[in-house]
Design a protein around this ligand. Structure first.
Ligand SMILES: O=C(O)C(=O)C[C@]1(C(=O)O)C=C[C@@H](O)C=C1
Length: 302
């Protein structure tokens, strides 16, 4: 066996399982056949597997074009940066966009026999109008993933799942409807996570989170204004409850640039004075994850 193959065999990729999830599809698109895969019951477990080095890489959904953020991922990324040590960190290695076309799968051969439908909460939200128009009043139950929903539907008469068509053969289900997503360009963005990031390539994105003094008028504007001064382009902003006192928030920002770029370094150092309550990561009271636009071959050569 060649050295490079034996090296690749040691690579393990964690994904939100069971087999057949969209996250599994992204993992397979990015890493192919020569790595080992490990399916995890929750998004938090995928991120923990990367942090603990049980797995080399992890794949998690971050947002959907119809239903918005996957909050479980944002929350678990915060937890991972808080649990990180100097040696063990989680970084975002790449992003991946997957068009999502949901099917309705069941043991039943007729939609009229379906009494309940399992799926991930994201997929329930992405098909809400279709259900209103076509299966009004049928109970929908959120479970940990779409493929977990397919397994439940395969064991229960009168149950169905919203999931990808790949689950039909895998779990012996019939495709009753295809393309039931409300928006035809429905797309989910995923992060590929690893233990470190690439050096700056000149075409990177970064994700930071921080909190500000909420009693101080303009504190968020002050923090963001630093990015403007350094000509850093914001691509996304979100907030989540900080988990500490009620009505305090973590702000998440994505911007084009890399933590090693001179203007980003300078901006983060300045932003520190407007941010509160977090331990230092690279600079200031800000924690950050660099989102590399690395290709999978770069990832696997590491
Ligand atoms: O990977 C899966 O199949 C999932 O169940 C997760 C998930 C998500 O959380 O966004 C992934 C993509 C789809 O947008 C719907 C659900």
């Amino acid at each position: 066996m060649s050295a490079s193959i034996s090296l690749q065999r040691q690579i393990t990729v964690a994904f939100l399982g069971p087999r057949g999830s969209y996250t599994a599809q992204v993992a397979s698109n990015r890493f192919g056949d020569s790595v080992a895969y490990s399916d995890m019951p929750t998004i938090g477990d995928v991120i923990k597997a990367v942090l603990s080095r049980t797995c080399t890489y992890g794949v998690v959904p971050i947002e959907n074009s119809t239903a918005g953020n996957v909050d479980a991922t944002l929350d678990a990324l915060v937890k991972a940066t808080q649990d990180a040590t100097e040696e063990n960190k989680v970084q975002i290695r790449a992003e991946h966009y997957l068009p999502i076309h949901h099917c309705l799968l069941s043991n039943a051969t007729n939609k009229a026999d379906i009494k309940k439908v399992y799926s991930h909460s994201q997929s329930i939200a992405q098909t809400a109008q279709w259900f209103e128009a076509n299966m009004k009043g049928v109970e929908r139950i959120a479970v940990a993933s779409n493929s977990a929903a397919a397994i439940l539907a395969s064991k229960e008469p009168g149950a169905a799942a919203i999931c990808g068509e790949q689950c039909a053969d895998m779990y012996g289900l019939t495709i009753l409807e295809r393309n039931i997503e409300d928006k035809k360009n429905n797309t989910t963005r995923f992060f590929i996570l690893g233990d470190k990031h690439e050096p700056s390539t000149g075409s990177d994105k970064s994700l930071l989170y921080f909190t500000v003094d909420h009693r101080q008028p303009g504190s968020l504007v002050d923090a963001l204004n630093v990015l403007k001064t350094h000509k850093i382009n914001l691509t996304k902003i979100d907030s989540r409850p900080s988990g500490g006192s009620p009505w305090n928030y973590f702000f998440f920002i994505e911007f084009t640039g890399h933590v090693e770029d001179a203007n980003v370094k300078a901006a983060l150092a300045e932003m520190g004075q407007f941010c509160l309550g977090l331990l230092f990561w690279e600079v200031g009271r800000i924690r950050g994850l660099v989102l590399d636009y690395g290709t999978v071959s770069i990832l696997m050569n590491k």
